[in-house]
Design a protein around this ligand. Structure first.
Ligand code: XMP
Length: 491
């Protein structure tokens, strides 16, 4: 359908349709399997991805999402060093064995150790010599009682002779026993020459028990993805992110079906071989097809569907999200490349509809921006708590980006705001979103609704949901009937 001489096709979104209930042999919501692919070879326990937005995903959100069985995409509106540090925090947050624990030299000071502990959000630092031989350990607890920041760590550390250690390669069972019997929380692993070869902590062991379906890499560390752009130093950024352990790169541009988008996917795949590359955003069959042909291992679908987007208003372009997913799925279904339905997820029912339409997972932005784990403080307005959410093409985000690019320009620089306002045509907005507490509760609601939805469809897994789903287009009256009616809501 092209030009002005033909009748436009109808584009539909989630609220335009309902799923028709099917006979179900599923007796409990627990009996459905929510596993799904994020990319060709990254499987998630729950099909929820936190968006690569600066008000949504940095390390705190990415850690929480991976623990819950989803994954977070660390946004790219940071310097390369900052973004790498966020990825490293996720990788360091827990693992079977922390292979490269934080270390300092014995002559470093208490103040320096505090800075490192705060920056990396870790519980302790191993003290090593220049030959990497372990000399001692300082923990948060040791430092809390120390009030002279200039003191050398060698004076406050637990020295090597009092440390409980284990040889590299110790079994997990044995490590647990050593930690338990000695009532210690950290077990440094040493090679035959006494050099540091890793660290096992009781906190990590507990976390593994607490989050059995966490998304993990092949070293037992939490999974995380990171976004890159298509201009400037993106190849160096990609390299640094992969070195820090990022499990997937997400080529993130508003119009992914473009020469920039396709060429970047091709280039990153060629340069870094086996790396998982997710690319987007697209909203059409041709868009998904071209990114898949370029080598994408996952395709992000959604143009102008985000809660903070005004792309459709500003440019006149976009495809309502349900149609965008259905169309993209036409191109993706015969490949092993999963789709990520990105944007317009407001309710658990939207997740079910997106997956039924062809998405493997959904990406969630503003709904997660309101949680404790998103970057930024809570804001108090008229007695209620809020957090900020903003489009990455909003004026606020553009100003933030420019400030970062030109070091030395501090926040609140009026000239910069005026300059950005004069030069940019924002395709995003910013606003406040009610504070929602911890992200696990939000994800629990989304996944609980999906599980229920799958049982209404008689679908044991997400593939079956896609195969069995039958959509019914509804009228505005039908939509109204779906909402609570004729009562005064109390919650
Ligand atoms: P939700 O609805 O979950 O959507 O908040 C998140 C997605 O919105 C996209 N995004 C934008 N789209 N202008 C846009 O047109 C923007 O400024 C913008 N910022 C984010 C993005 O795909 C995100 O995952």
């Amino acid at each position: 359908m092209k030009g002005s001489d033909t009748v436009p096709r109808v584009g539909l979104t989630f609220d335009d349709i309902l799923l028709v209930p099917k006979y179900s042999a599923i007796r409990s919501r627990k009996d459905v399997d929510t596993r799904a692919l994020f990319s060709r070879s990254i499987s998630l326990g729950v099909p929820i991805v936190s968006a690569n937005m600066d008000t949504v995903t940095e390390s705190g959100m990415a850690i929480a999402m991976a623990r819950l069985g989803g994954i977070g995409v660390v946004h790219r509106f940071l310097t390369t060093a900052e973004q790498v540090s966020e990825v490293a925090k996720v990788k360091r947050s827990e693992g079977v064995v922390i292979e490269d624990p934080m270390t300092m030299l014995p002559d470093a000071t208490v103040g320096e150790a505090w800075d490192l502990i705060a920056e990396r959000e870790i519980g302790g630092i191993l003290i090593v010599g220049t030959d990497r031989k372990v000399l001692g350990l300082v923990t948060r607890r040791d430092l809390t009682l120390e009030d002279s920041p200039g003191r050398k760590l060698k004076e406050v550390m637990t020295p090597r002779r009092r440390l409980v250690t284990a040889p590299r390669g110790v079994s997990m069972e044995r490590a647990k026993r050593i930690l338990h019997e000695n009532k210690v929380e950290k077990l440094p692993l040493l090679d035959k020459k006494g050099r540091l070869a890793g660290l096992i902590t009781s906190k990590d062991i507990m976390k593994r028990r607490q989050f059995p379906s966490a998304t993990k890499d092949n070293k037992g560390r939490l999974g995380v993805a990171a976004a890159i752009g298509v201009k400037g130093d993106y190849m160096e950024r990609a390299k640094a992110l992969l070195e820090a352990g990022a499990d997937a790169l997400v080529v993130d541009i508003a119009h992914g079906h473009s020469a920039h988008g396709v060429e970047t996917v091709r280039k990153v795949k060629k340069e870094f071989g086996s790396v998982e590359v997710v690319a987007g955003n697209v909203a059409t069959s041709a868009g998904a097809r071209d990114l898949i042909r370029a080598g994408a291992d996952g395709v992000k679908v959604g143009v102008g569907s985000g809660s903070i987007c005004v792309t459709r208003v500003v440019t006149g372009f976009g495809v309502p999200q349900l149609t965008a997913i259905v169309d993209s799925y036409l191109a993706a279904k015969d490949s092993a490349v999963p789709l990520i339905g990105d944007g317009w997820i407001r309710t658990p029912g939207d997740v079910t509809k997106a997956i039924a339409a062809g998405a493997s997972t959904v990406m969630v932005g503003s709904l997660l921006a309101g949680t404790e784990e998103s970057p930024g403080p809570t804001i108090l307005r008229e007695g209620a708590r809020f957090k900020l959410t903003r489009g990455m093409a909003s004026l606020g985000a553009t100003v933030g980006r420019r400030m970062r690019e030109r070091t030395g320009v501090g926040p609140g620089d009026d000239e910069l705001v005026e300059e950005a306002a004069a030069e940019s045509v924002p395709e995003g907005v910013e606003g406040l979103i009610p504070f929602k507490g911890r992200v696990d509760e939000v994800v629990r609601q989304l996944v609980g609704g999906l599980r229920s939805g799958m049982s209404y469809c008689g679908a044991r897994d997400t593939d079956e949901l896609r195969g069995k789903a039958e959509f019914l287009r509804i009228t505005p009256a039908g939509y109204k009937e779906s909402l609570p009616h004729d009562i005064r809501s109390v919650v």
